[in-house]
Design a protein around this ligand. Structure first.
Ligand SMILES: [Zn+2]
Length: 292
């Protein structure tokens, strides 16, 4: 009898986490990575966007709808970065749990004070940042707020494991503080860069460097030749340290500007998975190394 009870207990132990796991759908790789780091074996995470894709131009697919339909918790970047596909997924999925206002819907941008917030939201001429700069995840200051937000939401959706999620969140935040001491010692302070896209502003604010020009005239809008000519001439006068772009950007223009000015062009890893990064910490290690 005892043997049967032990066997049954072992079976319950073995099967319970998988059966009871909270089904998380994350839009971007860094969000999926954070959810897994805090939820560990109590969550299953489906990430909709691949690192190789441009996060501004994702199309809704049937497999994404199926994932959102099954989700207990949908976690997304917000600030309209997912506006091209997420509303369609949510409408098609017909899953009340993940509708705005419910515990299963977490817009991470509510924890951020957005940079470059315009007085009035506008997509004039195709601007892809109508609510302010949505690329806040390369900031250690912001990522701690994200971790706490995700941990608290998991605790709400799955109250039986609230203590587990909070302990993992505290561990994550402590690791950010620990790594920040190492990162702050790196020589980024006072550097000057030209960027293809407005992607590095929160990072610049945390680490004390400046973005002094952009290849794009407005976020997501290809530059005119007049803009590039003016940029090349200003860069020749006061040379920046590098031109920054990401792996999903077309490198024709950055290559052209680099050849005209002699300023090196650098591909900065933009999300978890880029340059072989396994999680947000190895992503940041790689980002900082690329800027040195
Ligand atoms: Zn953008």
């Amino acid at each position: 009898m005892l043997r049967i009870i032990v066997a049954l207990f072992a079976l319950v132990l073995f099967t319970a986490p998988a059966d009871a796991a909270v089904k998380v759908v994350a839009t971007l790789p860094w969000i999926g990575s954070l959810a897994k780091e805090i939820g560990k074996d109590r969550v299953t995470v489906t990430t909709l966007v691949k690192t190789s894709q441009d996060p501004h131009s994702i199309e809704a697919r049937p497999s994404m709808i199926a994932a959102v339909r099954r989700a207990d918790l949908l976690i997304y970047n917000g600030l309209d970065l997912e506006v091209g596909y997420l509303p369609i997924l949510m409408e098609s999925a017909r899953n009340p749990a993940i509708n705005p206002g419910n515990a299963g819907n977490l817009n991470c941008s509510v924890y951020v004070d957005p940079l470059e917030k315009p007085a009035t939201a506008s997509r004039e001429n195709g601007d892809v940042h109508p609510l302010g700069n949505p690329h806040y995840h390369l900031s250690p200051a912001n990522i701690k707020k994200m971790a706490i937000g995700i941990g608290e939401r998991l605790a709400k959706v799955d109250q039986a494991n609230a203590g587990f999620y909070r302990a993992n969140t505290a561990r994550f935040v402590a690791q950010v503080d620990h790594k920040m001491k190492e990162w702050k010692g790196r020589k980024l302070q006072g550097k000057r860069f030209v960027a293809q896209h407005r992607f590095f502003e929160y990072l610049a604010a945390d680490f004390g460097f400046r973005i002094v020009g952009y290849l794009e005239e407005k976020p997501g809008i290809p530059p005119s030749s007049a803009h590039i000519q003016a940029l090349v001439s200003s860069m020749s006068g006061h040379r920046p340290d590098a031109i920054l772009s990401t792996e999903y950007h077309d490198r024709t223009i950055s290559g052209f500007v680099s050849s005209k000015t002699g300023v090196k062009s650098v591909i900065v890893p933009h999300d978890v998975g880029a340059n072989g990064s396994r999680d947000w910490f190895s992503l940041m290690d790689s980002v900082i190394k690329s800027l040195e």
